[in-house]
Design a protein around this ligand. Structure first.
Ligand SMILES: Nc1nc2c(ncn2[C@@H]2O[C@H](COP(=O)(O)OP(=O)(O)O)[C@@H](O)[C@H]2O)c(=O)[nH]1
Ligand SMILES: [Mg+2]
Ligand SMILES: [Zn+2]
Length: 352
């Protein structure tokens, strides 16, 4: 054992916050980043050579660990299994499913810095979908950026941007095209500082085309396997941490795209900050924003400053979140009873 502590290459995305968490654990082992998950196994990269496929990455069993692609992990001394998952910056977590007595929440991807919410110009705008995506993005802890792609299909991009402006609020909106290459540099700029990007959006909006434009040649090496996976309906398509040309990372995971609402943070409050601001101005603190006198929300609707549909969206999302919380509590309670008051075993990933 050397007393020289080996810290990971910052090019892998290692930064002060991870370093602090790792040192708080007593600086065990050498942290690596999970680049891929297959049934029961994590692929862990500890150098750029490993990330680029020049050297062999580590393959470790992830028994009993809730590990996701993008995670920083430390393996056991014998490299047999994952011993520590370093505290995440952000996480996309799928709503819990329940497996026997255990509540199984599943983290699909971790330590994403920027999530691009992709919408296509030339298709009807979908503000309701963007609302949900923003809730998810804010909840994850990543920074959302809206991308309006397929600029080559429209003469004017402004109407598309306008149609989403009441929902996108202060979130940056980029214009791009995976076909013409428009806006790709701007997207790539978000990866500076070795940051990790991902794309979220409805099927057919143009995510894969943007990814290909962004990753370019480096993508080709993996695409043969990937295409095969997508066609073979029995295999799940693996999420993958892909190095971008230049610097930064892409987490490409179809699972994230189909994410259902998860509750954890203040995603709803942030995605609907305009409506919450209005609510602060209602005359009564327990205003239901329905028929009450002095309701600032209803006044905004009457004055045309707020779309009634947006208020309904918000109410639906709040109800959905409450129902999920209730479901989670009921299952936790039932599980505790079955466990006879013992604490529950650690959550397992479905890959075990
Ligand atoms: N004209 C044009 N077509 C695009 C663009 N991006 C994607 N497409 C097309 O839209 C379809 C869906 O694209 P894809 O990237 O597979 O969408 P995904 O389902 O979001 O991954 C394909 O036929 C693409 O060729 C674009 O920027 N311009
Ligand atoms: Mg695709
Ligand atoms: Zn009110």
């Amino acid at each position: 054992m050397s007393d020289l502590i080996e810290t990971p290459d910052p090019a892998l995305g290692w930064a002060d916050d991870f370093d602090e968490s790792w040192r708080a654990l007593g600086s065990p082992g050498t942290p690596g980043r999970v680049s891929r998950l297959d049934r029961g196994w994590s692929t862990v990269v500890r150098s750029m050579d490993e990330a680029r496929g020049v050297a062999d990455p580590l393959r470790v069993r992830n028994i009993g660990a809730d590990v996701a692609v993008g995670d920083w992990v430390v393996s056991s001394d014998d490299d047999e299994r994952i011993e520590h998952v370093i505290e995440r910056r952000s996480a996309f977590t799928r709503r819990a499913s329940f497996d026997g007595m255990r509540a199984v929440s599943h983290t699909l991807a971790a330590n994403i810095d920027v999530v691009f919410l992709v919408h296509a110009l030339g298709s009807p705008p979908s503000p309701r979908r963007l609302e949900r995506e923003l809730v998810l993005a804010f909840d994850s802890g990543a920074e959302p950026v809206v991308v309006l792609t397929k600029t080559d299909l429209v003469v004017e991009s402004e109407p598309g941007r306008e149609a989403l402006a009441d929902v996108s609020l202060g979130v940056p909106v980029l214009l791009a095209s995976g076909i013409s290459g428009d806006g790709i540099d701007e997207i790539r700029d978000y990866a500076q500082g070795n940051r990790t990007l991902t794309f979220l959006g409805a099927s057919g909006v143009g995510k894969s085309t943007l990814v290909n434009a962004l990753v370019g040649d480096q993508r080709q090496a993996t695409s043969a396997v990937r295409e095969g996976d997508q066609r073979g309906r029995h295999t799940t398509v693996a999420a993958e941490l892909v190095p971008l040309p230049g610097e930064g990372w892409l987490i490409d995971t179809p699972g994230v795209r189909a994410l259902s609402l998860w509750l954890s943070g203040n995603g709803i409050e942030r995605a609907f900050a305009d409506v919450f601001d209005l609510m602060d101005n209602c005359r009564f603190r327990d205003c239901k924003h329905d028929q009450e006198p002095g309701c600032a929300v209803q006044a905004a609707i009457a004055g045309g400053a707020l779309d009634q549909v947006r208020l309904h969206s918000l109410e639906r999302l709040i109800e959905e979140e409450a129902a999920l919380e209730e479901e989670q509590r009921a299952h936790d309670k039932a599980a505790d009873k079955r466990a006879g008051g013992r604490t529950r075993p650690p959550e397992q990933s479905e890959f075990d």
